[in-house]
Design a protein around this ligand. Structure first.
Ligand code: CA
Length: 652
C-alpha cells in the first residue's frame, strides 16, 4: 500500500479541510476552496483502485491508462508500426509520447481490465515495459494553527521584541541555517531548484520581492511561439503539467508552502525588506487542485526540470507502485548531476519493509527525508527506514508561505524535504560542479547524530546546514559518480521471447490490406507498416511451405555480395542473393539459431561501397520463414540500397 494513496488520507483531508473552515482564518476563500478540494479528493479516491499483477500490490492508478516503453529507437519503423497497430487494432487511444525515449502514453478504449492489457502487452518482445499510469499525491500534511498575513509577519520580524521577531522563524530546530547563510560566499552561482508539486503562488510577496522565481529568459512571453524549442509554448514561468498550460499557479497551497521552505533554507523570508534571492524556484505543477497527479505528468515535469537548468528537484509527493518510467526519469536527472530530494512519507511506515516511491528508489543522488521535531525526535507521522530513509530534517510546525500573501504552519515530510533541497542549493552555490552524489554525501557528512534516528535512518542523523556548507567550500568536484542501482524492471515474458517472433505476430493482420484502418493517421501507419514488413523479411531458410501467395511491397533484385553478420561477439560471413528497399535475401543457415538484433555489413553490387544495417532476426508467420527486418536502418542506408537497386535485375 502506498504511503500516500490510502483512503484514510482522503478522509483526513476532508476532516482537515472541514476544520480549517472555522472562520479564524484570514482568508476564507482560500479555506473554502480547500474544503472543496478535500471533498473532491475523497470522491476521486473512492473509485480508482486497480489491481496490478506485475507490481504485486494494489496501487491507485488512472483508470484505463498505461505507459508503454518500446525497445530500440522511437524513430524506427518498428516502433512507429507498433504505435499504428496499437491504435488501429489494439483498442488503445494514443495520449502522448516522450520523443527520444520511445515511451508512450495510452488509454484503453474498451472495457478490458488494465491489468489484462498490461499482461498481454508485456508478452510482446518489442515492449521493454508496460505499467499503469499511477496516481501520485502530495502527502496529507497537517496544517497547524491559523494563516497570518505577510504584513503581520513582517511587523513582527521588524519588532524590537526578540520574542516577536523570532515568532515566525521557519523552524526552531538546531539546524544552523542562519550560520550557514553567514558562512556562504557573498557571490555564487544562482542555483535553480525545481518544485515539482501543486504549483507556486509566484505573486506572493516573499517570492516577488526577493526575485526568487525562475524566469525562462529564452522564451518571449505570450507570443504563441516555442522560442527556445523546448517543446513548450510561452513557458516563461515553468509549466503546469496537470492542466497543460504555461501557468504553474498554485491552486492548492502545498507547493507554495514547500517553495517558501526551499527559499527559507537560503535566506530569512520573514525579514523586510528581503535580501535578493540566492536561488531560483522553478515551479512545475503536476498535482491538480485536489493534490493528485499522475506518473505520466511527474515524468514530464522531471524531464522539464533537468532539460531547463534545474540542479535540484524537490519531490514532496509520492504514491503508486514501482514505476519504470519514473525510475528512468529520475536516473536521467541523476546522470545530469541533478540532486533529487524526496519525502519519506507521512504514514509512520517503515520504508524498508514497504517502500514509498519515489523516496525508496535506490538512486545514489536521491535523498529520502524523514521529519524531526524541534527537539530532534522523529515526528510521529514520519516514515523511516534504517536502510532506505537517509536523513532527518525539521518537519514539525514549519512556518512558510501560503497563497494570497499569507503565511502559515504545516507539519509533514513535505516540509522536511525542502529544507534539504534548499541546503543542496546552498552547497551547489558554493561549488557548482559537484555531482549529485557528492552533494548528497555533503548533506550526510554535515548531519549531526541524534538518538531518535539511530535505528531509523541510514545516517542516524539530522541535517546541519552550517557543517555541510562549510565542507562544500573545500570539496573537490568529482568527474564521475556511482552508477544507479535503480533500473527498469523488465517483463519476464518479454525477455523469454526476445528472439524476435513477436513483432511479426503482432503485425500479422496488417498484411490483410489497406482497408484495416481509416483516416490519415492509420494510412500513414499502414504505409510505414508495409515499408517495414512486406519487404523487410529476408528469407534465410524455409521452415515450412509458404502457406499463401504473398505480394511484395517492393521489387526484389538479384545481387551477389558478401555480408558480415555480428551476433553478440560472433561474426558470421555469408552472401546476399537478393535485395530490395526493405531487406536482403541471404543464403547461409548459420545465422538461424542466433536470434536478436544483428548488425549487417552489406557491400554494394560493384563492391566499392559498404553499409552497416541494423536488423532483427524475425520469424514471419505469414511467410513461414525467417528474415532480418531492417527496422532500424537509417535513411542513408536506405538511400544507398535504393541507388544500388536501380541497376539490378529483378529477383523472383
Ligand atoms: Ca519554450
Amino acid at each position: 500500500m502506498s504511503a500516500f494513496g490510502k483512503m484514510s488520507d482522503a478522509n483526513s483531508t476532508l476532516a482537515k479541510a472541514t476544520r480549517s473552515i472555522i472562520p479564524a482564518s484570514t482568508d476564507h476563500a482560500f479555506r473554502l476552496r480547500k474544503l472543496c478540494v478535500g471533498i473532491v479528493s475523497f470522491l476521486a479516491a473512492s473509485s480508482i483502485n486497480v489491481s496490478v499483477a506485475s507490481a504485486q500490490v494494489t496501487s491507485e492508478a488512472v483508470p484505463g491508462e498505461i505507459i508503454v516503453k518500446l525497445k530500440g529507437s522511437g524513430k524506427s519503423l518498428k516502433s512507429q508500426a507498433f504505435l499504428g497497430k496499437a491504435v488501429s487494432e489494439g483498442g488503445l487511444a494514443h495520449k502522448g509520447s516522450w520523443t527520444g525515449l520511445n515511451m508512450h502514453h495510452f488509454k484503453v478504449n474498451d472495457s478490458r481490465p488494465v491489468d489484462a492489457v498490461i499482461q498481454q502487452m508485456q508478452a510482446d518482445p518489442d515492449v521493454e515495459y508496460v505499467e499503469p499510469n499511477y496516481i501520485l499525491r502530495r502527502p496529507d500534511d497537517t496544517e497547524d494553527g491559523e494563516a497570518v498575513s505577510m504584513a503581520e509577519v513582517r511587523a513582527a520580524a521588524n519588532s524590537s521584541s526578540s520574542v516577536a521577531s523570532s515568532s515566525f522563524t521557519q523552524s526552531n530546530a538546531p539546524v544552523q541555517f542562519p550560520q550557514a547563510w553567514e558562512a556562504a560566499s557573498a557571490t555564487g552561482t544562482t542555483i535553480v531548484v525545481a518544485v515539482v508539486d501543486t504549483g507556486v503562488d509566484y505573486n506572493h510577496a516573499v517570492f516577488a520581492d526577493s526575485g526568487a522565481m525562475w524566469v525562462n529568459s529564452r522564451e518571449v512571453p505570450n507570443n504563441g511561439v516555442d522560442d527556445d524549442g523546448n517543446g513548450f509554448v510561452d513557458d516563461v514561468r515553468g509549466w503546469n503539467f496537470a492542466y497543460n498550460s504555461n501557468n504553474p499557479m498554485d491552486d492548492d497551497g502545498h507547493g507554495t508552502h514547500v517553495a517558501g521552505i526551499v527559499l527559507g533554507a537560503t535566506q530569512n523570508i520573514s525579514a523586510y525588506p528581503m535580501s535578493p534571492a540566492r536561488i531560483r524556484i522553478m515551479p512545475l505543477k503536476f498535482l491538480d487542485s485536489n493534490g493528485m497527479g499522475t506518473t505520466s505528468d511527474a515524468v514530464k515535469a522531471i524531464y522539464y526540470a533537468v532539460n531547463n537548468g534545474a540542479k535540484v528537484i524537490n519531490n514532496s509527493w509520492g504514491g503508486g507502485g514501482y514505476s519504470n518510467a519514473l525510475v528512468e526519469a529520475l536516473n536521467y536527472a541523476y546522470n545530469n548531476k541533478v540532486v533529487l530530494v524526496a519525502a519519506a512519507g507521512n504514514s509512520s511506515n517503515n520504508n524498508d519493509q514497504s517502500p514509498t516511491y519515489p523516496a525508496s528508489y535506490p538512486i545514489p543522488g536521491l535523498i529520502s527525508v524523514a521529519a524531526t521535531t524541534d527537539l530532534d525526535n522523529l515526528a510521529s507521522f514520519s516514515n523511516y527506514g534504517a536502510n532506505t530513509v537517509h536523513v532527518g530534517a525539521p518537519g514539525s510546525g514549519i512556518y512558510s508561505t501560503y497563497p494570497y500573501n499569507t503565511y502559515g504552519r504545516s507539519s509533514g515530510t513535505s516540509m522536511a524535504t525542502p529544507f534539504i533541497a534548499g541546503l543542496s542549493a546552498l552547497i551547489l552555490r558554493e561549488n557548482p560542479n559537484l555531482t549529485a552524489y557528492q552533494v548528497r554525501e555533503l548533506v550526510f557528512s554535515g548531519a549531526v547524530p541524534v538518538a531518535s534516528l539511530a535505528s531509523k535512518t541510514t545516517t542516524q542523523s539530522r541535517m546541519n546546514a552550517y557543517n555541510s556548507v562549510q565542507a562544500a567550500k573545500s570539496a573537490v568536484a568529482s568527474s564521475s559518480q556511482p552508477n544507479s542501482q535503480a533500473s527498469a524492471q523488465r517483463a519476464p515474458a518479454a525477455e523469454a521471447q526476445a528472439a524476435g517472433c513477436g513483432l511479426v505476430k503482432a503485425m500479422r493482420s496488417d498484411f490483410s490490406g489497406p482497408g484495416s484502418g481509416d483516416g490519415m493517421k492509420q494510412l500513414t501507419f499502414f504505409g510505414v507498416l508495409l515499408l517495414m514488413m512486406a519487404p523487410v523479411l529476408i528469407a534465410m531458410r524455409m521452415r515450412r511451405q509458404a502457406a499463401a501467395a504473398y505480394r511484395r511491397r517492393f521489387p526484389r533484385y538479384q545481387i551477389a555480395s558478401e555480408v558480415k553478420l555480428c551476433v553478440g561477439d560472433r561474426e558470421l560471413v555469408g552472401s546476399v542473393s537478393s535485395i530490395s528497399m526493405g531487406g536482403a535475401q541471404v543464403n547461409t543457415d548459420a545465422w538461424l539459431d542466433n536470434g536478436g538484433v544483428v548488425a549487417m555489413v552489406i557491400k554494394s553490387p560493384d563492391g566499392r561501397e559498404e553499409i552497416t544495417v541494423s536488423g532483427k532476426v524475425v520469424w514471419s508467420e505469414e511467410k513461414k520463414r525467417y528474415g532480418v527486418a531492417f527496422q532500424d536502418a537509417d535513411t542513408s542506408s536506405l538511400n544507398s540500397i535504393a541507388r544500388w537497386t536501380k541497376s539490378l535485375m529483378r529477383a523472383s
